[in-house]
Write a protein that binds this ligand. Structure first.
Ligand SMILES: Nc1ncnc2c1ncn2[C@@H]1O[C@H](COP(=O)(O)OP(=O)(O)OP(=O)(O)O)[C@@H](O)[C@H]1O
Length: 366
């Protein structure tokens, strides 16, 4: 999946989706309480944790500020959490801001000039900073210095301003869009991966403990399997299942309770929601599994083209349920199985052009 496409997806997800990866509703308040406080509590991402642990330990031993860190990955995988852990491990204060909040170089100069020595500056969505601010950041990161331009036109003068050493932690869902000069100035770059179900179970057990909710291993496994590899979604589903367990049962989350609760919220066994399933079902039932053009598919499900392409499809592609081919969208054999239908070829009805089986190979090869 290419999360580099997610700007409009984020906008579309603003229309609250229980399986949306962006923070929404009451997420932020609860997330603060659920955030791991140090690296040992941070579940999964073993490589990133090991490497970061070394970077931070070495900096501490040298009594220096840590190198600048770039964290990339889909929303909800723990980038903000890691930046706070970096601050905690370095025993340093943290300042949190984001690319869209820095539209003028002056905004950035104001923040940089007020940093304390060793402070962590967390810059979320760093790819959305304005170009002049970005250029100012180059010098700040490399030389701990900025040139503040005073005046306009021929009379403008650059006043150099020394900055205290600080650590920039940049976060992005679109690492590919960062200009190379910016990317190169990070001493350590980590790509956050989606979590496997076992890791998500650990996240869920940990969160359940903090929320004082009783959950058995099967209940946690059921929620983990529907969380789309994302801790934020796992925590959100846990909270909704907790409500159900409290209102409809004795408060304990078992597999049966998790299944029943998530049926109410229309999140299926693989974490697909109503929209995802509508797209798959249209593709299978109306177009025989494809190939079909995106616009046609969008009309069939009564959604905008962008919503189908950027909200539903990335997860369906990542799950191996749908393929984007030059001739259109194609369902994979796994999609038929998941929706509980028999692929036309298996049922003896198929033609080479139906986009499954042999038909697909040709398309993938294109
Ligand atoms: N490795 C982890 N272990 C335990 N909990 C985690 C982990 N990663 C994320 N979480 C939980 O998931 C929630 C979302 O994490 P966080 O806000 O750090 O994600 P993010 O990648 O910064 O998202 P965004 O890109 O939307 O800002 C937090 O409440 C945090 O508790």
């Amino acid at each position: 999946m290419n999360w580099d496409d997610d700007t409009t997806a984020e906008a579309a997800e603003a229309e609250a989706r229980i399986v949306g990866a962006a923070a929404e509703g009451d997420d932020q308040a609860v997330e603060a309480a659920l955030r791991p406080k140090d690296l040992s509590e941070f579940v999964g991402q073993e490589k990133v944790r090991q490497q970061l642990d070394l970077v931070l330990k070495a900096a501490r031993q040298r009594g220096a500020t840590a190198d600048h860190v770039l964290l990339s990955g889909a929303p909800g995988l723990g980038k903000t959490t890691l930046s706070m852990i970096i601050a905690a491990e370095m025993n340093a204060p943290i300042r949190i801001t984001s690319g869209p909040a820095i539209q003028h170089a002056g905004d950035l100069a104001a923040i940089l000039s007020s940093l304390q020595e060793g402070e962590i500056l967390f810059l979320d969505e760093i790819h959305r900073m304005s170009r002049p601010a970005e250029e100012m950041l180059y010098m700040a990161m490399e030389d701990f210095r900025v040139d503040v331009i005073v005046g306009k036109g021929p009379g403008a003068t650059a006043i150099p301003l020394e900055l205290p050493p600080f650590t920039l932690v940049g976060a992005t869902t679109r690492a590919g869009l960062l200009p190379p000069p910016l990317r190169d100035r990070f001493g350590f770059t980590a790509h956050m991966e989606f979590y496997d179900p076992g890791e998500l179970q650990r996240v869920i057990h940990r969160s359940a403990g903090l929320l004082d909710v009783e959950i058995d291993p099967d209940g946690a496994a059921e929620i983990a399997g529907r969380s789309r590899g994302t801790p934020r979604i796992a925590n959100r589903l846990l909270r909704r299942v907790r409500d159900y367990a409290q209102v409809k049962a004795d408060g304990v989350i078992t597999r049966e309770i998790a299944e029943a609760a998530l049926r109410v919220y229309e999140v299926d066994s693989r974490g697909l929601d109503r929209l995802d399933r509508a797209v798959l079902e249209a593709l299978l039932k109306l177009f025989g599994g494809g190939p079909v053009g995106l616009s046609t598919l969008a009309v069939a499900v009564g959604e905008e083209r962008e919503t189908v392409e950027e909200v539903a499809e990335p997860f369906l592609v990542r799950e191996g349920l749908l393929a984007r081919t030059p001739r259109g969208r194609v369902a994979t054999p796994a999609a038929w199985t998941h929706i509980g239908l028999v692929p036309p070829q298996a049922a003896g009805l198929g033609s080479a052009g139906n986009g499954t089986g042999m038909g697909q190979q040709g398309l993938f090869g294109a």
